[in-house]
Design a binder for this molecule. Sequence first.
Ligand SMILES: [Zn+2]
Length: 230
Amino acid sequence: MSNPKMKIIDLTHPLVPSNVFSCPGHPAYTADRTMNLAKGDLANVHTLTIGTHTGTHIDAPYHFFENGIKVDELDLSLLTAAPAILVDVRSKRAHEVITWEDLAPYVGRMKSGVAVLLCTGWSKYWGQSNYTDHPYLDGEASKKMVDLGVKVVGIDAMSPDEVDPKKGACIDVHNVVLGNGGVIVENLNRLEEIIESGIQLEDLVVSLLPLRLTSLDGSPVRAVAWESSR
Ligand SMILES: [Zn+2]
């Protein structure tokens, strides 16, 4: 059941019970069998326990802003076959800041309707204790992107903001992006595969579609990328 003309790169972490990182205070992911064919039930059915920020997911403005747009109100045209800029910052180390200078080579393509994906290479640490030590985006740099019209920012780490237990929660980038009606996609997986695949990066498009969860703050997404045919 595959389309031979199209190579899809899956940018989503698999959801495996007991192997899904969740932020402190967020629910653990579970999948329990409710109906079982092998035991004579009509079908196989599972019951999920899942947070709105479980696994690869999207933050809607309402996540941090009481009057912000909810996840079911997002403009799907920004999240469906959206032209994407892959920013290669794999040279960054743990807790190193991603600055406006790092984004400068890509600035010419930054505009409304474009998704900016930060490739830190950090998704390989998913499930490990250093997963939260990822590089992070400078708040001022995110402001400049937003000023250029960017509404969709993704990263292959748990947050575009720094996660440092000693400094407390930093939400500069969240405030800028979500505060301007944009969205953040977190826990993307293997963005580096886009580079390794040999895709023409100028033709990169992504879909990052949330569930239609009425009035909620976020949703797991199935994130995929491919090369658009011109
Ligand atoms: Zn989130």
